[in-house]
Design a protein around this ligand. Structure first.
Ligand SMILES: Cc1ncc(COP(=O)(O)O)c(C=O)c1O
Length: 405
């Protein structure tokens, strides 16, 4: 795979950022956008704009077809059984809130348990916390081990007859650990428990097959898949979408509205209330095409080479401490450097054009467990190279020098 060709597709790399070439190592936060995606947003607004699913004029019908084409592309990309199992949301956060809210409303009662893990992003904890308040449910946490992994055994240990749903990340946005999702789903299903997967970090980097994974719900973030902001996807098995109540009420999601009562629209309209992020959904089709053109296996292989190189390089750098060592890892590496605050590390690296993230990465439960308030995190995307890792390492050395390490 010729990475320099791929990098050329991203206009952000054509410009200097504060007089530096950009070394972008923050894709777990949000990925950069290829020109095709940017152009599609522009073209849609310039030449084709209309709202979707409402009017019958030419532009409205054409826009509706484009919007539905993205749904079909996503279905194919993640190998969902049915196009109507794809619900557009504003992001993965909204997708998880949709599940917590609707499943919680129908199936959770006082004393029931929701099992999540210590690795979860706040997006897969806070929505369940609301139910702890409103419905008096309990939240259990499967433990992370010292390599930054959550194993099948640690999930099994926490399952009991009060467990009503399990929510797990596919790939940790802090430790990089890839969870044994298929095995966890199979275990949970053997006990009649549905599984929600936070696929934010999985979807841009791993081959997805919903029918093989067999999870009940899978949340995806469009902006981490080289797509626009404002678009997310909830994959849910049809039986759940038919069974659960709607999430939000408004136009587009109803069948009939009378003073005496309301009936809801067919799938997926039932879950897409109000005007959706039309341009973003339509442009997201270009992200899928972009990923398909390169091939997810090629992306996975390339990113593995880069992450292995990064781990090897940083392990050799005295004073740098990697906070996890998962056996099955994606392109996320979190680290600390002796007493230097991660925000200072990120600020000094930024002076060289090296963009990383510092903080708790919306995973305070995990950072509490690690016993540090914050970490520095380098995360890899399809455009990263070994040279980027060398620049990261030399900027870390500069940072150490400033702090006399
Ligand atoms: C693991 C994980 N879950 C959830 C989210 C939230 O996703 P979104 O920004 O699409 O709402 C993120 C984003 O950082 C994430 O990394």
């Amino acid at each position: 795979m010729n990475i320099s060709n791929i990098k050329e597709e991203f206009p952000i790399f054509n410009n200097k950022i504060q007089n530096n070439d950009l070394v972008y190592l923050d894709s777990a936060n949000s990925a950069q956008k290829p020109q095709v995606v940017i152009d599609r947003v522009y073209d849609f607004y310039s030449k084709e704009f209309s709202n979707v699913g409402r009017s019958v004029h030419y532009l409205a019908v054409a826009a509706t077809n484009l919007y539905e084409n993205t749904r079909s592309s996503v279905q194919k990309y993640i190998n969902a059984k049915d196009k109507n199992e794809i619900v557009f949301t504003k992001g993965a956060t909204e997708a998880i809130n949709l599940v917590a809210n609707t499943f919680g409303q129908k199936y959770l009662n006082k004393g029931d348990e929701v099992l999540i893990t210590e690795l979860e992003h706040h997006s897969n904890y806070v929505p369940w916390h609301f139910l702890r308040k409103s419905k008096k449910i309990n939240i259990e946490f499967a433990e992370v081990n010292e390599d930054g992994e959550v194993t099948l055994q640690s999930i099994e240990k926490k399952i009991n007859n009060k467990t009503k749903i399990i929510g797990i990340t596919h790939l940790s946005n802090v430790t990089g650990a890839i969870l044994p999702v298929k095995e966890i789903v199979s275990l949970a299903h053997s006990k009649g428990i549905p599984v929600l997967v936070d696929g934010c970090q999985g979807a841009p980097h791993l081959k997805l097959d919903m029918q093989d994974l067999d999870c009940d719900f899978y949340a995806i973030s469009g902006h981490k898949m080289y797509g626009p902001t404002g678009i997310g996807i909830l994959y849910a098995k049809k039986k759940w979408l038919e069974d659960l109540p709607p999430y939000q009420g408004g136009g587009g999601m109803i069948k009939e509205v009378k003073k005496q009562g309301i009936s809801f629209g067919d799938l997926p309209n039932k879950y897409e209330a109000g005007t959706m992020a039309t341009a973003q959904v339509i442009a997201f089709n270009e992200s899928i095409k972009f990923l398909e053109k390169i091939g997810i296996e090629n992306i996975q292989n390339h990113e593995k080479v880069i992450v292995d190189y990064a781990v090897e390089t940083l392990k050799k750098n005295n004073s740098v401490e990697l906070i996890a060592n998962p056996k099955n890892r994606g392109g996320v590496i979190s680290f600390t450097i002796k007493d230097i605050h991660p925000h200072d590390i990120a600020t000094i690296l930024d002076e060289d054009g090296v963009a990383i993230r510092a903080g708790h990465h919306c995973c305070q439960i995990l950072h509490d467990k690690l016993g540090v308030p914050a970490t520095a995190r380098a995360s890899i995307g399809v455009y990263n190279t070994k040279e980027d890792i060398d620049k990261l390492n030399s900027s870390i050395n500069k940072c150490k020098k400033i702090f006399n390490l």
